[in-house]
Write a protein that binds this ligand. Structure first.
Ligand code: GRF
Length: 222
């Protein structure tokens, strides 16, 4: 099977990018990480890419006269590398309808809560986990979803729950959620690469269901 070319957009530490890199190395993902783009120069994710000889670009928003020009540059890079799937792996910027229309149903995002809770405008990074703890919910989790023109509103591909404990700090909870992110993001990319994701209105169905191996790997906690 032809390997799917994946472009990954990042802003931070890149542990989700690392999970994808590891998934490719282990042969779990029939993909090639073709390019990594960061909007933050200091993002450790860029170093992770460079360590694996993956082409890595810092695209500086400040060098462009407006957001459209900034996004056009990212689209240009992704298309130069013939990217077929864009993964937002901790990319802390909302993409405009222009960008989304360039990759319709070919962009996925990982969000550190159970959407539609604790998502949308203002819910990013540690703020999500602070809000979860302050609200007092007992269960949070992670969601992988397709990106549409809204913020965290696209069709949901996979979700997995994570317990919230009484003595959790946002940082401790973020780590627990990340462990789950590192399971469901690679699995979602695998399902996409294998053309097993069928979008019907808002619902994403998995063609043929999950294999025993996928279930056994505890990806969905079942
Ligand atoms: C993750 O919690 C992800 O859900 C959110 O941003 C964080 C990125 O973490 N969108 P990392 O850079 O992959 O470590």
């Amino acid at each position: 099977m032809q390997k799917l070319k994946v472009g990954v957009l990042v802003s931070g530490s890149g542990t989700n990018l690392q999970a994808l890199i590891d998934g490719v190395k282990k042969g779990f993902l029939p993909c090639e990480i073709a390019v990594v783009i960061s909007n933050k120069k200091e993002a450790f994710a860029l170093k992770r890419a460079e360590a694996e000889s993956i082409p890595a670009f810092f695209v500086n928003e400040k060098e462009f006269c407006n957001n459209l020009e900034f996004e056009k540059r990212m689209v240009e890079i992704l298309k130069n590398f013939q990217v077929e799937l864009v993964v937002l792996a901790g990319f802390l910027k909302v993409l405009s309808p222009y960008f989304v229309s360039e990759f319709t149903n070919k962009i996925i995002n990982i969000h550190p809560s159970l959407i539609p809770s604790f998502c949308g405008k203002g819910y990013y990074g540690i703020k999500v986990h602070e809000a979860v703890i302050n609200y007092g919910v007992k269960i949070t989790g992670a969601t992988v979803h397709f990106v549409d023109e809204g913020t965290d509103t696209g069709p949901i591909i996979l979700q997995k729950a994570v317990p919230v404990f009484d003595d959790d700090t946002p940082e401790v909870l973020a780590e627990r959620v990340k462990r789950v992110e590192h399971e469901i993001l690679p699995l979602a990319v695998k399902l996409f690469a294998e053309k097993r994701l069928i979008i019907e209105n808002r619902r994403v169905k998995i063609k043929g269901g999950l294999s025993d191996g996928e279930k056994a790997s505890n990806y969905l906690g079942i």
